[in-house]
Ligand binder design. Structure first.
Ligand code: C2E
Ligand code: MG
Ligand code: MG
Ligand code: MG
Length: 282
């Protein structure tokens, strides 16, 4: 593209950067519009107790139902939403929608379970985060025990003391707390013991290697044992096979989440699943 002159590569680099900036701007505008037009939807994936086989929770997972792009998975828009701070409003919507859905289910006589919501770093760092959560619960008259917040270890490490104080306030209300993707972030074990959380979620990158890779197996065993020593529950995410399930059971893992039991389901299908109360052992 430098037409025979010595090519510095500068033009190519600039074009590529411009293309990426354009894409980001398009995405940002799309997300803003999505918020205004209510194009976001939540899917719900069951969490199962390994002992009883019963569904004991759901994780709310965000999707963007875009008129142009179809159903967009979170990994394609959450990073942009985080960079642009749009995640704060999107996260508020997720909390509000989760609480509204729980209210709807309860009113319809659906036997509800706890629902876990993913919280982004910039959302958790807001001084009014606890008020946002309390408002969503209060508006729908919900038992705070029906809500779980999923934080990542890196998020909690950015300001450990502030995070601990905030987690304590939320937990004092009765909200459940989980550390998501455990083992993939930057962790400090001396803080972990002071984090007022209820469960550690074993990242699916470890679960997927569990039956075939001895290092992954060792890590999963260690995380389960660490969780139990700290008085926490261990839940494995991304469980896809019977082999993985049996190994997790043998290692004393408390709960599982993954395609083996169910993919994330749209609201109507999740409601049906709660009404049918399927059991892992039945
Ligand atoms: P995550 O919180 O670790 O959620 C688990 C992801 O693993 C979900 O992907 C889920 O669909 C997928 N998954 C579950 N079981 C299996 C399995 O057996 N095999 C495989 N291969 N995958 C499985 P999803 O829904 O695409 O979400 C990806 C990530 O996006 C989430 O990871 C979370 O970090 C983020 N995310 C989703 N919803 C929200 C939200 O409302 N707010 C924020 N801040 N982040 C969200
Ligand atoms: Mg999660
Ligand atoms: Mg996770
Ligand atoms: Mg994960």
């Amino acid at each position: 593209h430098c037409k025979g002159q010595r090519c510095s590569g500068v033009q190519f680099f600039t074009k590529d950067m411009q293309r990426r900036l354009d894409a980001r701007l398009t995405m940002e505008q799309g997300l803003l519009r999505a918020l205004k037009r209510e194009e976001f939807v939540l899917h719900f994936q069951p969490q199962v107790d390994l002992r009883s086989g019963a569904i004991i929770g759901l994780e709310a997972l965000l999707r963007w139902q875009s008129p142009d792009l179809g159903l967009v998975p979170p990994m394609e828009f959450i990073p942009v939403a985080e960079e642009t701070k749009l995640i704060v409003d999107i996260g508020k919507w997720v909390l509000e929608k989760t609480c509204a859905t729980l209210r709807e289910w309860q009113d319809a006589g659906v036997p509800v379970v706890r629902v876990a919501v993913n919280i982004a770093a910039s959302q958790f760092a807001r001084h009014d985060f606890d008020t946002t959560v309390e408002d969503a619960l209060g508006k729908h008259g919900l038992d705070p025990g029906l809500l779980e917040l999923e934080l990542t270890e890196s998020l909690s490490m950015e300001d450990p003391k502030g995070s601990i104080a905030l987690m304590q306030r939320l937990r004092a209300i009765g909200i459940n707390m989980a550390i998501d993707d455990f083992g993939t972030g930057y962790s400090n074990l001396s803080y972990l013991k002071r984090f007022p959380v209820d469960r550690l979620k074993i990242d699916k990158s470890f679960t997927s290697g569990l039956a075939t890779n001895s290092e992954d197996h060792a890590i999963v065993t260690a995380v389960i044992s660490l969780a139990h020593s700290l008085g926490l529950k261990a839940i494995a995410e991304g469980v896809e096979t019977e082999d993985q399930l049996q190994l997790l059971r043998a290692e004393g893992c408390d709960e599982i989440q993954g395609y083996y039991f169910s993919k994330p389901l749209p609201e109507a299908a999740a409601r049906e699943m709660l009404l049918k109360r399927p059991c892992l052992h039945c």
